[in-house]
Design a protein. Structure first.
Length: 512
């Protein structure tokens, strides 16, 4: 079915406020049958609020929603779903211990003679996933499948609900490139069936791969609606940030220079370090004042290496040397004593302490150092927290705000503030830019550069090779939980890294 110019859904002059905050101001948005309409903007731009108004999580203050030509005011997510609007969230809201078939048909199980007809459930679920091109056993527990398959099962459930519109909120944040392409194949199938898709993401490349139109929001207001094919990437970023093209170009200019002359001596040295079943033994030197990138596909061992470098996981082989001295019984406590910081991949469960305040989260790593008889004055904590809130531009109503209430980008900055307050010599950053807006990404990348220039060693892990290439002075390439190459200088490039990974896959490892 070709994409129609007549929208299935229209949101007209939508307004939504919370105490002290105008989240949406006269926002218009529409979705046509058979199109992917992306919503882009920085954290706090209003994307999530717009989706929650559409799906009945929040009532709108004023404005109108029109569905199939009729005025529509969803009372709840269930009401929106009954009207044909389904949502696939970043955090998959399905039941892992039930089978795939049960998840697809939960609440609508066919019955026979007053009992659930399990045979019919499995047949119907198999037909639904087959139509979407998903080849899985629907009788197995959903939790046994990878995240990508679980996302697709969520889509299958939405399709079975006869959805006219499917809202996808950061659906690719936990997927590798192959899984993203699997998901995109299903989205294209939905388009061909005339279903409208609302796609919310921070990944610019993915927006250009899959979307037909882009609505940009900034500070709760609509900046514009653009045809994806005719919108250059730098212009999109400029619209999101409210900056000129020249300013955006300066933000993302490749800053890696000939840093060999300014990097210091070896601060951290791992010799034959490995953990059975997690990562194969590897050698690694980390020099003061350098950005060392770890590159590899999802599951290549990047996070496993980071956890060994911070002492979270106990190695089964190898040694660690700091300032050329061997370190025995290396642990996170030992790492902190040696002024090593670690920002984990999953900031929500392993980084922030959600119910503690911004102030308490920032001083967490230095509490012992600045305490007197085990106590730290509230004034001293506030001084330190204020310094880094200002330095990093953390947006928070107050230092006493619970950190769980901040945006993802600001939560990431709080974690960075915690380790900056410890005056680190080595900072390990695992996916520090995942799930945050393009402006916060640029700020964090700039911070990484300034840290290196001040003599701090940085280990930088990102799924986005463009970021790794742009910021790293040296890149270690991983595949199948093993170090297969080390690239320096002009040899660092996206295509080179992919070629190295492919060569490793084809047989044998390389040390360049």
């Amino acid at each position: 079915m070709a994409m129609s110019d007549f929208p299935i859904l229209e949101m007209r002059r939508i307004n939504k406020s919370f105490p002290g905050v105008k989240a949406l101001v006269d926002v218009d948005f529409d979705v046509r049958p058979g199109e992917v309409h992306a919503i882009m903007g920085e954290n706090g731009a209003g994307k999530s609020t717009l989706i929650k108004v559409l799906t009945g999580v929040y009532p709108l203050d004023s404005g109108e929603i029109v569905l199939d030509g009729k005025s529509f005011a969803p009372l709840s997510p269930g009401d929106a779903q009954d009207k044909g609007i389904s949502t696939i969230y970043q955090e998959i809201n399905l039941l892992p211990y039930l089978s795939v078939a049960e998840n697809i048909l939960i609440g609508r199980q066919p019955r026979k003679m007053g009992r659930i007809d399990w045979r019919e459930i499995n047949l119907r679920a198999s037909e639904i996933v087959r139509r979407l091109g998903i080849d899985i056993d629907v009788t197995l527990p959903l939790g046994g499948y990878p995240v990508a398959i679980r996302q697709m099962v969520g889509i299958a459930r939405a399709v079975d609900l006869s959805s006219r519109i499917i809202v996808m909120d950061e659906p690719t944040s936990s997927l590798d490139e192959h899984e993203v392409q699997q998901l995109f194949a299903i989205i294209r199938k939905l388009k061909s069936d005339g279903i409208g898709v609302v796609f919310v993401t921070h990944f610019l490349e993915q927006v250009y791969q899959i979307s037909d139109r882009i609505t940009v929001l900034r500070n709760g207001q609509q900046v514009g609606v653009f045809e994806t094919a005719s919108l250059p990437k730098l212009e999109l970023i400029g619209h999101m940030l409210g900056k000129r093209k020249e300013d955006v170009e300066a933000m993302f200019e490749k800053e890696r220079a000939q840093h060999e002359a300014v990097t210091g001596g070896v601060f951290f040295h791992a010799s034959k370090l490995g953990r059975k079943g997690a990562v194969k033994p590897f050698d690694l030197e980390i020099r003061s004042g350098e950005v060392l990138g770890l590159a590899g596909l999802l599951g290549s061992g990047r996070t496993e290496v980071a956890r060994l470098l911070f002492g979270i996981d106990k190695p089964s082989s190898g040694e660690i040397f700091i300032d050329n001295k061997p370190v025995r019984r290396f642990s996170p406590m030992s790492a902190v004593r040696h002024r090593i910081g670690f920002s984990p991949e999953d900031r929500r469960t392993e980084g922030i302490i959600p119910d503690l305040s911004v102030r308490e989260n920032i001083v967490l790593a230095i509490h012992k150092r600045i305490s007197r008889f085990g106590l730290v004055s509230r004034r001293k904590q506030a001084e330190i927290a204020t310094k880094y809130v200002r330095a990093l531009g953390i947006i928070t109503p107050s230092l006493e705000q619970a950190v769980k209430n901040l945006s993802g980008g600001n939560q990431q900055k709080v974690i960075l503030a915690r380790w900056l307050a410890s005056e680190p010599r080595l900072l390990i950053l695992d996916e520090p830019t995942r799930g945050i807006d393009v402006g916060a990404k640029a700020e964090i990348e700039s911070l990484i550069e300034s840290l290196a220039r001040s003599g701090v060693a940085v280990v930088f892990i990102s799924s986005e090779l463009e970021e790794v290439v742009r910021r790293s002075y040296r890149v270690v390439v991983l595949r199948d939980r093993a170090k297969i190459a080390e690239l320096v200088g002009e040899s660092i490039g996206e295509q080179t890294i992919m070629d190295v990974i492919a060569r490793g896959a084809a047989g044998g490892t390389t040390e360049d």
